[in-house]
Write a protein that binds this ligand. Structure first.
Ligand SMILES: CC(C)(COP(=O)(O)OP(=O)(O)OC[C@H]1O[C@@H](n2cnc3c(N)ncnc32)[C@H](O)[C@@H]1OP(=O)(O)O)[C@@H](O)C(=O)NCCC(=O)NCCS
Length: 175
């Protein structure tokens, strides 16, 4: 028996209603406590990455309404420390939806609760894959509806990031 051809993004776009960026955008806030900190009194990089992963997962779940797994986290930098007693604010939004994968951008800002000063401390791009709850295999996600010029520009950059990411994936598999 011949297998049906794999569904393309265009096939899916014709059948599934799209979701807007704002339908899944999510924000989480974390107060930095001593148990989150390193010996210098600022939050551990791994803890920030955990919060980024969770914020991005929320966005991916809301967009796909499916179980999701993290497939990749792009290189990320820590531009400034977030100190004990400060708040970390994480804002996540979807930038690209392909067949089963989604790219989520998470921006992290610190807020000093005494002065109100806010600083951009990190930006990360996280790829999630939606899974079929029964088979556990990658499953289609709704297309992304882009409403603003900013969303369209971010999406164009996301397409290029995806291309580079998939090249790296092939290189990693071959090594
Ligand atoms: C992510 C995972 C489900 C992909 O499964 P797979 O059998 O390799 O499936 P495919 O090759 O068909 O890829 C499925 C999708 O994932 C994307 N993908 C897979 N690995 C990727 C990577 N490293 N970077 C970016 N996208 C990736 C593919 O491009 C494809 O996207 P598309 O459907 O939108 O075109 C599988 O590798 C996995 O389960 N990894 C472990 C996930 C995990 O444990 N995460 C940490 C805990 S949540």
């Amino acid at each position: 028996m011949t297998q049906p051809p794999p569904q393309t993004r265009n096939d899916l776009d014709r059948r599934v209603p799209g979701r807007r960026v704002r339908d899944s955008a999510s924000e989480t806030t974390e107060l930095v406590l001593p148990q989150h900190a390193n010996v210098h009194g600022s939050v551990l990089g791994g803890t920030v990455m955990h919060w980024i992963d969770l914020t991005a997962a929320l966005v991916a779940n809301r967009h796909s309404r499916r179980p999701v797994v993290t497939a990749a986290i792009d290189e990320m930098s820590f531009l400034a420390p977030i100190r004990i007693g400060e708040v970390a604010m994480l804002k996540g939004r979807i930038t690209l939806a392909d067949r089963s994968s989604m790219e989520i951008r998470v921006d992290v800002e610190s807020e000093n609760l005494l002065t109100g000063e806010r600083r951009h401390t990190s930006t990360a791009f996280v790829t999630f894959v939606a899974l079929d709850p029964v088979t556990g295999r990658p499953a289609p996600v709704p297309p992304l509806v882009l409403e603003t010029d900013e969303e369209r520009a971010e999406h164009a950059r996301a397409v290029e990031r995806r291309r580079l990411r998939l090249e790296r994936r092939v290189a990693l598999k071959d090594s």
